[in-house]
Ligand binder design. Structure first.
Ligand code: GDP
Ligand code: MN
Length: 411
């Protein structure tokens, strides 16, 4: 899970890493209130999970409340590399004499942690790595040995940080390491890590990626899940433990395994259709899981046909088929569906499906053929009015699911 800057700074603060005082704001008025609290001058910062906000006009200094009003108004709603700004972080502005870089991350190839420090901060580290690789001091850390003060000092010296920043930077590196390990992060990055004219070192930006595999021991992470970020369907899927990604098209996809789900999306595209989602039901595709998956897809008003693509390995065909039959009893599915079953016990599965087959529930032996059928079913008799809409979140919820018989959209 990637954190927003303001969340990353909260996380940093928990481990003693110095950050500037500030607060979040979702409106211009809130931004002014937070700026008044933090004390002028302030920086108004777009909260989006993408780098280079500064260059994109998402980070602005403000001397007074009028300037905060002006910048907050401009930044809210701004599109930064496809991310629309809905939230701001307003913090007391720092004086900067130097901008550095510091991070810990996991090098999977080396099976070690990797610490990186550079005196060239404030710009994207990839650019530094390209243009001046020697400007980045690196240290591989054996997790079983750890990272101690002498390591931190060595890094800071090799990176050529200014003398007066050494002690502060060493202290922060040790805290950042603790944040990385005890905080179960995959990445912690400070860019820029600044030296102020008063000789203080502190974090001006925060990039934190938490290791989702450790979420079971961090109930407090729930607070970071910005549920507003998800649309209705993603929220429902999450609550049912399904891997789901909403897309803009109209063919609902259910597959077992992320690889198969992706190739199913490709095949749907290849035959001229557009996937409405990407839903991976994983290995244990039993009746319950299948019913849940169909329920999620059914809640999407853009779905005009459903393509269920299962290749049985551990997953058994007859179990999947039984799941579909049960799901059809439980959920009033609005769109017609095409099922492609292959692999383990596919024959038995197809036999079971025969009992529910109709002109709205079809079985097809190959992926390509099934994709063609699904796209055909989705295409016929549609108004096309809702293809590619992004306003599906609230606009149609009042209509409720169509009653059975109301199939005008898809037949
Ligand atoms: P990014 O562009 O998304 O990485 O956003 P940052 O938070 O790193 O901010 C970008 C740049 O804005 C920094 O490298 C600084 O040069 C500048 N900046 C951010 N906060 C302050 C501040 O408190 N004071 C000053 N003077 N500049 C700041
Ligand atoms: Mn930055």
């Amino acid at each position: 899970m990637d954190l927003f800057e303001y969340q990353g700074k909260q996380y940093f603060a928990r481990f003693g890493i110095p950050v500037s005082a500030g607060g979040v704001a979702d409106t211009v008025d809130e931004a002014v209130a937070e700026a008044d609290k933090a004390g002028y001058p302030v920086v108004v910062k777009a909260q989006v999970q993408v780098g280079g906000r500064g260059k994109a006009g998402g980070v602005k200094l403000a001397e007074n409340s009028d300037e905060v009003r002006h910048h907050a108004g401009n930044i809210l709603g701004l599109d930064i590399k496809g991310h629309v700004v809905r939230r701001l972080w307003v913090e007391h502005a720092s004086d900067i004499s130097k901008e550095y870089y510091a991070s810990f991350t996991l090098d999977r190839g080396a099976k070690k942690y990797l610490a990186m420090v550079s005196a060239k901060g404030g710009v994207e580290i990839e650019a530094v790595a390209d243009e001046d690789p020697d400007a980045i001091a690196r240290l591989y850390i054996d997790p079983s040995i750890g990272f101690v003060e002498a390591d931190a000092r060595g890094l800071v010296e090799r990176a050529g940080l200014d003398e007066e920043a050494h002690d502060g930077a060493v202290a922060i590196l040790l805290e950042l390491y603790r944040c990385y390990v005890e905080g179960d992060a995959d990445l912690v990055e400070i860019n820029p890590l600044i030296l102020t004219p008063a000789g203080q070192v502190h974090a001006l930006d925060a990039k934190v990626t938490l290791d989702d595999n450790a979420s079971f021991r961090h109930p407090e992470w729930d607070g970071f899940r910005d549920i507003d970020e998800f649309d209705e369907r993603e929220r429902l899927a999450r609550s049912k433990g399904l891997q789901y990604v909403g897309l803009d098209g109209y063919v609902g996809i259910i597959a077992n395994g992320a690889g198969l789900a992706m190739s199913t999306c490709d095949v749907v595209n290849q035959v001229g259709g557009k996937p409405a989602n990407f839903l991976d039901i994983g290995g244990g595709a039993n009746a319950e899981v299948m019913a849940n998956a169909l329920e999620v897809i059914n809640s999407d008003p853009n779905v005009r046909a459903i393509f269920i693509n299962i290749f049985g390995g551990i997953t058994r065909g007859e179990e999947v088929a039984q799941g579909i039959v049960t799901a059809l009893e439980r959920v009033d599915i609005k769109a017609p569906m095409v099922i492609r079953l292959d692999g383990t016990n596919a024959e038995e599965g197809r036999d079971i499906l025969k009992q529910v087959e109709s002109d709205r529930v079809m079985s097809s032996p190959t992926m390509l053929e099934a994709a063609r059928k699904a796209v055909e079913l989705a295409g016929s008799g549609t108004t096309g009015g809702n293809a590619g809409t992004s306003g599906n979140r609230s606009g149609t919820s009042g209509n409720g699911p169509a009653t059975s018989g109301d199939t005008g959209d898809v037949q």
